[in-house]
Write a protein that binds this ligand. Structure first.
Ligand code: CA
Length: 248
């Protein structure tokens, strides 16, 4: 085994990535806040905390581009998490900071709203530290990848290649013929693999806001797209009560 791939070295490298990563944690439950702070710090992240939406917004404004991520509880006293998310994503200074919402079971309608305000992901309480870390790493990877791929017109994911300029899709090197709408749907989901899109977000993208399109028609498009993609169509997952995502 080479020194480069030894587990000790890999741990060191990931710790290095984490130590440059600055997370703002907004959570009003003291016990959970302390537990999360402990786990994030132990993983090497640099952590700031806030217990109210007001304080969270204030700290996000102060830290600005130094922040790499916000972990945001939705149920907060005063300004709630949804409003915090909407404000963060609505301001130039903070709109690029990834947001992961911390939600309770049964808050699907809030999750949908949060995603529509621009949140990048969500995790449902109770969750294990291990699952949270995996989610954080996935969102960080995604936001780095997006910055890197901004100028490329080809999305490559697993055995699918999508050329957004030439409107071509290849699966394992074979052409797949899609309608314009199916193509837009696939491009949207695959451009941010792992991210959940609500039906409303999908409608706005694929029909450019055409109001007569219903949620049901999105479901119909998804069924048709999955069928045309064959085996890899299974990567398009239904997220119950929320929307669709392309598996990471
Ligand atoms: Ca709370």
């Amino acid at each position: 085994m080479t020194a480069f791939s030894s587990p000790a070295n890999q741990r060191q490298r990931s710790r290095q990535i984490n130590s440059d990563t600055h997370i703002l944690l907004v959570e009003d439950e003291q016990d959970l806040l302390e537990l999360l702070r402990y786990n994030l710090t132990r993983e090497g992240f640099s952590v700031d905390t806030a217990m109210t939406g007001e304080d969270g917004l204030k700290k996000a404004r102060e830290l600005g581009k130094q922040l790499d991520m916000v972990l945001l509880d939705l149920m907060l006293p005063g300004i709630d998490g949804l409003e915090v998310c909407r404000t963060l994503k609505g301001r130039d200074h903070t709109s690029g900071i990834p947001v992961i919402m911390l939600t309770a079971k049964g808050e699907e309608s809030d999750i949908v709203k949060g995603l529509e305000y621009g949140a990048d992901d969500y995790i449902t309480k109770p969750f294990s530290p291990r699952v949270l870390m995996a989610r954080i790493q996935a969102v960080l990877r995604r936001s780095e990848g997006e910055a890197r791929n901004e100028n490329s017109s080809v999305i490559e994911i697993g055995s699918i290649q999508i050329d957004t300029e030439r409107h071509e899709v290849l699966v394992k090197g074979e052409h797949v013929s899609l309608t314009a709408t199916e193509f837009k749907l696939l491009s949207l989901l695959a451009s941010k693999a792992g991210r959940v899109f609500t039906r409303q977000q999908i409608i706005e993208t694929i029909h450019e806001g055409y109001a007569a399109v219903t949620d049901r028609s999105v479901d119909v498009q998804v069924v048709s797209l999955r069928r045309k993609l064959g085996e890899v169509g299974r990567n398009i997952e239904t997220v119950r009560g929320v929307g669709y995502r392309f598996r990471d």
